[in-house]
Design a protein around this ligand. Structure first.
Ligand SMILES: Nc1nc2c(ncn2[C@@H]2O[C@H](COP(=O)(O)OP(=O)(O)OP(=O)(O)O)[C@@H](O)[C@H]2O)c(=O)[nH]1
Ligand SMILES: [Mg+2]
Ligand SMILES: [Zn+2]
Length: 353
């Protein structure tokens, strides 16, 4: 095939990217084309033409010892990374990348495209260091459980991360089989869930063990890139297995002595859901980081605080005991939840350390 006869593979999702278009045009030895062609090329012809197009766009699914598994319109490819990218921060699950397929299978990552958002985690080795564990998320699923008891401060930290980064949040309270309807435990949960529902954060009750609430969860994950996060032992892996048994994720036993699950999930990776969408099961973690957030910005990540804190006397008010703070009276009047405010103070202490 001469370069004159090469036609761009319009209709191929990989080709909708400007980078791929430019690369194709270079290869075909012509000026970049503008606008859509009148006739769309589809099917077999597209596959043949895409093979002639040297650059593909894909999404990183996982990384293991320098090898990246990438979803592309040509299927999943195992890729290495190009030398000049090695010095930069490594791509993570969810990163959009440009890659060049190589003869004999696999590919080489050429470029990491800008991230729309990222989920950070405090490094185990050094508290001041953050690692990005997932990029370009749509939905952050905060998984809590009846046992170990819900840690709402953790949920609030994750909701603040979601608000700051622009992911939609969803709270799942798993192991609901352990809190019978009408029990004091269940009434307590209902009251807590009502606070979050009042903030337009959906709260689902599930039992991964008894397939309760699983269909609704499946619906909410459809066509989205989601991450399951929450304390070890709450049942994240069990929930994902209930959604799609083929995933066969490893389930850890809760340690009867400490009430804390062992960290059986060790690496974030995206799994394809049959109904459409991608989901990552994050490891049981110590703490999700708020990145470089300034203490005075934390209150702005609480949507229900915002109308009040815009009235505070000082712009950098931390809403603790400052004169002219407008959040304190709102708290006294019950316009803001005390639970949320206490969790705010706890997260704030971590930021001003
Ligand atoms: N009763 C009850 N137990 C559950 C349910 N879901 C999970 N479990 C149990 O909770 C324990 C922990 O489940 P995992 O799925 O390993 O928890 P995880 O959140 O993935 O934990 P890490 O991988 O350590 O972060 C296991 O013993 C599960 O059998 C549930 O809906 N009800
Ligand atoms: Mg797990
Ligand atoms: Zn204030």
């Amino acid at each position: 095939m001469t370069s004159k006869r090469l036609r761009p593979p319009y209709g191929d999702p990989a080709f909708e990217d400007d980078h791929a278009k430019r690369a194709f045009d270079e290869e075909a030895g012509r000026r970049p084309c503008r606008g859509k062609p009148k006739r769309r090329v589809t099917g077999k012809k597209v596959r043949a033409l895409t093979a002639a197009c040297p650059v593909l766009e894909g999404v990183v699914l996982s990384r293991s010892r320098g090898c990246y598994q990438v979803a592309t319109p040509e299927g999943e490819l195992d890729c290495s990374i190009r030398g000049r990218l090695r010095g930069n921060e490594k791509p993570v699950a969810g990163d959009r990348v440009c890659l060049r397929p190589v003869a004999g299978g696999g590919g080489v990552l050429e470029e990491v495209l800008p991230r729309k958002n990222q989920l950070l985690r405090v490094s185990e080795e050094d508290e001041r260091q953050h690692q990005t564990i997932v990029a370009n998320l749509d939905l952050l699923v905060v998984v809590l459980a009846v046992s170990p008891a819900p840690r709402w401060a953790l949920a609030d930290r994750l909701l603040a991360v979601a608000e700051r980064q622009g992911f939609d949040p969803l709270i799942v309270i798993n192991k609901i089989d352990l809190a019978a309807e009408g029990s004091p435990e269940r009434s307590g949960l209902d009251a807590e869930a009502a606070v979050y529902r009042g903030l337009n954060v959906p709260v689902l009750y599930t039992s991964a063990l008894y397939q309760q609430g699983i269909d609704e969860l499946r619906q909410r994950l459809k066509e989205k890139k989601s991450v399951f996060s929450g304390h070890s032992g709450v049942g994240k892996s069990t929930l994902l297995n209930a959604l799609q048994p083929e995933l066969r994720l490893k389930i850890g036993e809760v340690n009867a002595w400490t009430g804390k699950g062992r960290h059986t999930t060790s690496m974030a990776r995206f799994l394809r859901l049959k109904g459409g969408g991608w989901v990552a099961d994050t490891p049981g973690f110590r703490e999700f980081g708020l990145g470089d957030m300034q203490p005075a910005d934390l209150g702005r990540c609480y949507p229900e605080f915002r109308p009040f804190i815009s009235q505070c006397r000082f712009q950098d008010c931390l809403h603790q005991a400052e004169p002219g703070c407008a959040l304190k009276p709102a708290l006294e009047e019950g316009a803001v939840s005390k639970l949320r405010y206490q969790n705010y103070l706890q997260i704030l202490r971590g930021l001003v350390k």
